[in-house]
Design a protein around this ligand. Structure first.
Ligand SMILES: CC(C)(COP(=O)(O)OP(=O)(O)OC[C@H]1O[C@@H](n2cnc3c(N)ncnc32)[C@H](O)[C@@H]1OP(=O)(O)O)[C@@H](O)C(=O)NCCC(=O)NCCS
Length: 155
């Protein structure tokens, strides 16, 4: 793999971040969800979705020849972590997760929280997260519930 660096997201990255988000959902989440759920997942979203986190300094990218993935935090929550499908399983998710945990810790929080997709639960367990509940989220005008697992760990 090309060498990768981690950097803060910039406004001009927003379109590419949206493309990676869609690619990641379609290629990496499809095994655990119905096609109707995958189709609704990013309904109503656009590049604009990432602007607040970028401006707030709460979104980081893994960059090599291309942008390979991104992570976003919101307070003590890891609110998004998505890797380009073709780049999964190469240690990029781990690097971005560790960065997010460092940022949450240095902001003074003692725990990190996230809502894992069903396909990512074991990945987070691997890094010490434990299940504390279950839930769903919905998007769009014909909401289709998408199941998630609520998880937490100390930082
Ligand atoms: C889940 C995700 C973030 C993992 O990122 P990744 O770059 O593929 O994972 P890494 O290569 O960094 O893996 C790090 C370790 O976790 C393990 N791992 C990765 N994905 C795993 C999975 N789905 N289940 C179990 N273990 C997993 C790897 O084997 C590796 O273990 P090792 O350190 O013992 O070798 C990524 O696959 C992804 O974007 N998935 C789709 C979007 C998603 O569900 N995001 C989470 C939203 S809450």
């Amino acid at each position: 793999m090309n060498s990768i660096s981690i950097r803060a997201g910039a406004l001009e990255d927003a379109e590419e971040i949206f493309r990676i988000h869609k690619d990641s959902v379609v290629s990496l989440c499809a095994a655990e969800y119905k096609s109707e759920q995958i189709a609704m997942w990013l309904d109503g979203r656009s590049a604009e979705t990432y602007v607040e986190a970028i401006v707030g300094g709460n979104l980081w990218l893994a960059q090599g020849r291309l942008i390979y993935g991104f992570v976003e935090i919101d307070g003590h929550e890891i609110s998004k972590l998505f890797i380009r499908g073709s780049m999964a399983g190469q240690g990029i998710g781990k690097q971005l997760l560790e960065l997010a945990l460092e940022k949450i810790c240095s902001a003074g929080y003692s725990t990190a929280y996230l809502e894992a997709t069903l396909n990512a639960e074991k990945f987070y367990e691997r890094f010490g997260f434990r299940k504390i509940g279950e839930g769903t989220f919905t998007r769009g005008n014909r909401p289709v519930p998408i199941e998630i697992v609520k998880m937490e760990r100390l930082v």
